[in-house]
Write a protein that binds this ligand. Structure first.
Ligand SMILES: O=P(O)(O)O[C@@H]1C[C@H](O)[C@@H](CO)O1
Ligand SMILES: Nc1nc2[nH]cnc2c(=O)[nH]1
Length: 293
């Protein structure tokens, strides 16, 4: 298992079961909500009580994080009465992982009994009205690698997880998007709240200007290098999904623009908004099973 770069699924049902059993035997938590923390957002777990942490390298079959800002820990805990699990760091295609490896934890969460997945990430704004520091509720996505056959559901379909041809027109729960909007406005974040379309590219380079212009024509509001595989697999296996993207930079659409984006800047902006995102996520977890179905 976990040979880097495999073209289709490299994880068997037994692999998923083994990891699930290991976790169920090592924690008494039975999480209902999973939070996938994007770059620099590991502290989203800080709002949880009764925490129990496992390093990815100690969990059988788990990939390990190789990117700065991704701690590589799985944290179980409770928020109010809700048992939850936080991924402090997730995996990217550009790290050399197959999409089966990138999405491996999502199926583990499903097998553990998780019902809702909250994904967070960093992205660059394509929409010129956006500002650095905006929180974008992901309304929809464009799976650009998927168009070229880099798709997490590529290969034989395992019906125990979901159907061969899943519908993606409602990938992001309308109820959860509404609840997120309500919470953000209660917390005074309306001034920097957006809702838009996230596009995944494989990375690791940031966009050329011609690529950015193409993404704008395609209807993307922001662009990043993650999330879409996890969301696709979550939706495939019947999980409810909410996605929050933090706008860390404006993507250059103009050859005269001098600013150059880099990962340190991305992490710096994530840090600036991490506390408010943590409050939003904590509120979402405590209210998502009450206010939505
Ligand atoms: O893991 P996320 O999607 O939050 O990280 C973004 C995309 C790249 O991994 C990195 C670029 O700075 O940030
Ligand atoms: N592809 C891409 N990913 C990002 N992650 C954070 N900012 C960006 C960006 O501008 N482009």
């Amino acid at each position: 298992m976990h040979t880097k770069g495999s073209p289709s699924c490299c994880c068997s049902f037994e692999d998923y079961n083994l990891t699930t059993e290991w976790l169920l035997n090592h924690t008494s938590q039975r999480p209902k909500v999973a939070v996938i923390c994007g770059s620099g957002l590991g502290l989203l777990a800080d709002g949880a009580a009764n925490k129990q942490t496992f390093r990815y390298q100690d969990i059988p079959n788990f990939p390990v994080s190789t990117v700065a800002g991704h701690e590589g820990c799985l944290v179980f805990g409770t928020i109010e009465d809700t048992s939850c699990v936080f991924m402090q760091g997730h995996f990217h295609l550009y790290e050399g992982y197959s999409l089966c490896q990138v999405t491996f934890p999502v199926r583990i969460f499903k097998l553990m009994g998780v019902e809702t997945v909250l994904v967070t990430n960093a992205s660059g704004a394509i929409c010129p009205d956006y500002k650095v520091g905006d929180i974008m509720i992901i309304k929809d996505h464009i799976n650009l690698p998927g168009f070229a056959g880099q798709h997490p559901l590529f290969g034989p379909n395992d019906e125990r997880f979901g159907t061969r041809f899943p519908c993606m027109s409602d990938a992001y729960s309308k109820d959860l998007r509404r609840l997120a909007g309500q919470i953000c406005s209660e917390l005074g974040c309306s001034g920097f709240l957006r809702e838009g379309v996230y596009c995944m590219v494989s990375g690791p380079n940031f966009e050329t200007i011609a690529e950015a212009r193409m993404l704008q024509v395609l209807g993307c509001d922001s662009v990043g290098m993650s999330t879409v595989p996890e969301v696709t697999v979550a939706k495939h296996c019947g999980l409810r999904v909410l996605g929050l993207s933090l706008i860390t930079n404006m993507v250059s659409l103009d050859y005269s623009r001098e600013e150059k984006v880099n990962h340190d800047e991305v992490l710096q902006i994530m840090k600036m908004r991490a506390e408010v995102l943590q409050r939003v996520v904590t509120e979402l977890i405590s209210r998502c099973s009450i206010n939505t179905h």
